[in-house]
Design a protein around this ligand. Structure first.
Ligand SMILES: Cc1cc2nc3c(=O)[nH]c(=O)nc-3n(C[C@H](O)[C@H](O)[C@H](O)COP(=O)(O)O)c2cc1C
Length: 195
């Protein structure tokens, strides 16, 4: 396991500083900042310029009911920490190309790239993100009228990171645990696959 802090690797600060906190302050995010985050996502590359990503913004300050509906669909520990975040993004993608209605098997790649862009913009704005796969997609679909043809992938909490002391017990432990990555040899092959 590689435990080097990303700050020691010569990475761009916007990559090195990004992490996924669970302690969020409840402070709202200005509307124009949210728009910049969304524009960052929208300007990602995508296969055939299909732009398959679809994002639903649940901003507590604008639509508390939508925010409550998203928090109600979170599962496990996510339901304990994520509701503090002022904005929850429901992230999904279309599954077929619009020009010929064939399956778009690159859509998940493109949503991921859009969220990578959004994450870099958020870091530049002093905000933190924490993506969650732990949510009840059927509940979300029903409460927010999300059509069946949208593949739901994640809910992403966005806000200002707060002190770890906002969390108790196991959540606090996870918040202060060192971040780690697999060794590069497990993940990267050079010239020939050697897994
Ligand atoms: C698609 C996706 C789903 C995730 N699901 C959850 C989740 O349900 N709950 C959670 O606490 N963290 C979740 N995470 C956060 C990861 O655990 C976290 O990104 C990983 O441990 C690396 O930590 P870092 O983001 O601080 O580098 C998810 C991350 C991604 C990208």
């Amino acid at each position: 396991m590689n435990k080097s802090a990303p700050a020691d690797l010569g990475l761009h600060p916007l990559i090195a500083q990004r992490w996924s906190p669970r302690a969020f302050l409840q402070d709202p995010i200005p509307a124009e900042t949210i728009e910049r985050l969304l524009d960052a996502a929208i300007w990602a590359a995508s296969c055939f310029n299909e732009q398959p990503w679809r994002l639903l913004v649940a901003d507590r300050g604008v639509d508390p009911q939508a925010h409550a509906a998203v928090t109600a669909a979170l599962t496990g520990w996510n339901g304990q920490w994520a509701p503090s975040a002022p904005v929850l993004l429901v992230c999904g993608h279309t599954t077929r190309f619009s020009h010929d209605d064939t399956p778009n098997r690159w859509a998940a790649h493109d949503l991921g790239q859009a969220m990578g862009n959004l994450s870099i913009q958020a870091t530049a704005e002093g905000l933190a993100l924490h993506a969650m796969g732990g949510f009840d997609a059927d509940k979300l679909r029903e409460s927010l009228a999300i059509p069946e043809e949208i593949e739901l992938v994640s809910v992403v909490a966005v806000g200002l990171a707060g002190p770890a002391e906002l969390l108790q017990g196991g959540l606090h432990e996870r918040e202060v645990a060192p971040r780690a990555r697999k060794s590069k040899d497990e993940l990267v092959f050079r010239g020939r696959w050697s897994g």
